[in-house]
Write a protein that binds this ligand. Structure first.
Ligand code: NAD
Length: 517
């Protein structure tokens, strides 16, 4: 358990979430298994080991799979609005545990306490959405070309949904998937990031309590823990019809090949390389807030973080100076202290990637506008606190073409028409989030048109970072093409069936084909 100055607050938090010093990393609700090697959950806030978790073995995985398969037989027959009622109860529990869960997210992952609370709020919002959805899982009816026939489509659950999640949204991504999958009648097996296993255990305990209270099978919500090898047990498993995987593009390419190789379905939510276009008609204050929060929020470790700022040459100096000035006011430190704007990055490897990015951008001819560096001394003992940096760069630089998952913002110029800025914005391999700052209707509509942004998310006068649960979330190109959360994203968790019923005494064939006997 943690033994630091954050100790008292965290000990209470862990108690409220029923996390003990012996945490199994494999669970089907009532059954917790504890056979595997140990993974330590290390807080980037102070470098302390918060607690240890066991890695799922292949034998445990097999038991989980069987329990989930049994649970599915029961859960799929429960009417969807009744499944919605269970999600409603789960949500009540989330509401009452919002503060401890938000704090654990902050302490285990390093994002600010406010962002930790915001992440739990997203869980609450998607559950509300899912409860309503449980009464709206509708298909269409069509007119049959044959007389006395009725044709319609219906949606059935898929079965077992495997969820693989990233460290940076350790709980929200799970709930985006589970809340919808559960009301659709699926059961879920979750492998959280090996960097944030405790938040996974906390969520699993909350879910297990609700299923047990309602005398429902424990396997509706299952947890397995460990690194990519444990993830591969699921991606290779034909009993898992859908894998929803969130993480790097490198991971997504491997998962897509494995799941595609067995003709399973995958929902991929991968890396972004998000830009804000700033036109001569932009509002300076809004631009600075959007750009700075987008670039430094969650220490630049959101998939939607602002990586590139594309500014018109006529306002380039004014906007750049205002952003650089705003960076001077940033307070970096313990994310549990609400006075700080920027917390640590996840681990020392992330620090190394950040340093490499700054070296590379200079080597490629970029110019540092806000100096980076790793902070040392009191309060920074974990070695994971870095200074948000800004570099002037060009879009074609190799480093700019990659997602730098750290607080590094690349600023570049465009000239002439907004079409030139859109070309730069689209000129990367990723396609998650994008934004334009402008009060000019023509520019805004151009950005949203078919010749505009090629991303899954395109905002006007809002930054790139974050999204509401009501819309479908995801991106194109190397971001993977998946959509989850709101709108009709639920359809990916179900299989569609077309039904035709003949209520006559004849058997007419479609397309007028005659087959007389
Ligand atoms: P990561 O790719 O290192 O790991 C993500 C998850 O995949 C982990 O649980 C890991 O154990 C698992 N994994 C890795 N290789 C695997 C394999 N071959 N088979 C099965 N599982 C495997 O990513 P990370 O460092 O945890 O997260 C950061 C990345 O996630 C960034 O690229 C970020 O943009 C992306 N991300 C995307 C979204 C989105 O919605 N588009 C949301 C959050 C994070």
């Amino acid at each position: 358990m943690a033994n630091t100055r954050n100790n008292t607050a965290i000990a209470e938090t862990l108690k409220a979430l029923e996390i003990t010093s012996e945490n199994a990393g494999t669970s089907t609700g009532a059954k917790t298994m504890n056979a595997g090697a140990v993974i330590h959950s290390v807080s980037p806030v102070d470098g302390e080991v918060i607690a240890s978790v066991t890695q799922t073995t292949s034998e445990e995985y097999e038991q989980v799979m069987q329990t989930a398969a049994e649970a599915f037989k029961v859960w799929r027959t429960m009417p969807a609005p009744q499944r919605g009622e269970i999600v409603r109860q789960f949500n009540e529990e989330l509401r009452s545990l919002k503060e401890p869960l938000g704090k654990l997210v902050s302490y285990e992952m390093g994002k600010s306490y406010q962002e930790g609370l915001g992440e739990v709020q997203e869980m609450i919002d998607i559950c509300d959405f899912a409860v309503g959805l449980s009464r709206q899982l509708h298909g269409l009816t069509m007119h049959s070309e044959r007389p006395g026939h009725r044709m319609y489509e219906q949606y059935h659950p898929l079965g077992i949904v495997g969820i693989i999640s990233a460290f940076n949204f350790p709980v929200a991504v799970w709930s985006w998937n589970t809340a919808l999958a559960w009301v659709c009648g699926d059961v879920c097996i979750w492998k959280p990031s090996e960097k944030t296993p405790l938040t996974g255990i906390a969520c699993q305990k909350i879910a297990a309590r609700i299923f047990s209270k309602n005398n429902l099978p424990e396997g509706i919500s299952c947890l397995i823990n460990g690194d990519y090898k444990v993830g591969e047990l699921m991606t290779q498993d034909e009993r898992v019809p859908l894998i929803s995987a969130t993480g790097s593009t490198r991971m997504g390419k491997q998962v897509a090949q494995t799941v595609g190789g067995r003709l399973g379905k995958s929902l991929l939510e991968l890396g972004g390389n998000n830009a804000i276009i700033v036109t001569p008609d932009s509002d300076l204050k809004m631009t600075v807030i959007g750009a700075v929060f987008g670039a430094v929020g969650t220490a630049g470790q959101r998939c939607t973080s602002t990586r590139r700022l594309i500014i018109h040459e006529s306002i380039y100096d004014k906007v750049t100076n205002a952003v650089v000035d705003a960076y001077k006011q940033l307070r970096i430190g313990n994310p549990l202290d609400e006075n700080n704007h920027v917390g640590p990055v996840i681990d020392k490897e992330a620090v190394k990637n950040y340093q490499n990015a700054l070296e590379k951008v200079v080597a490629e001819g970029g110019k540092i506008l806000v100096e980076g560096g790793v902070l040392e001394g009191e309060g920074y003992e974990s070695g994971c606190y870095v200074k948000p940096a800004i570099a002037e760069a060009e879009n074609h630089f190799e480093i700019v073409q990659h997602e730098t998952f750290a607080p590094v913002l690349y600023i570049m110029k465009y000239s002439g028409d907004v079409a030139n800025a859109i070309e730069l914005q689209n000129g990367v391999r990723q396609g998650l989030s994008s934004a334009i700052m402008t009060n000019n209707l023509r520019e805004a509509e151009r950005f949203l048109s078919v010749a505009g942004s090629d991303c899954g998310i395109a905002n006007v006068n809002i930054g790139t970072s974050g999204a509401e649960i009501g819309g479908a979330f995801g991106g194109e190109k190397e971001t993977g093409g998946g959509r989850e959360s709101g709108s009709d994203a639920w359809k990916v968790y179900m299989r569609r069936q077309t039904n035709t019923i003949n209520y006559t005494t004849q058997l007419p064939l479609a397309q007028g084909i005659k087959f007389d006997l």
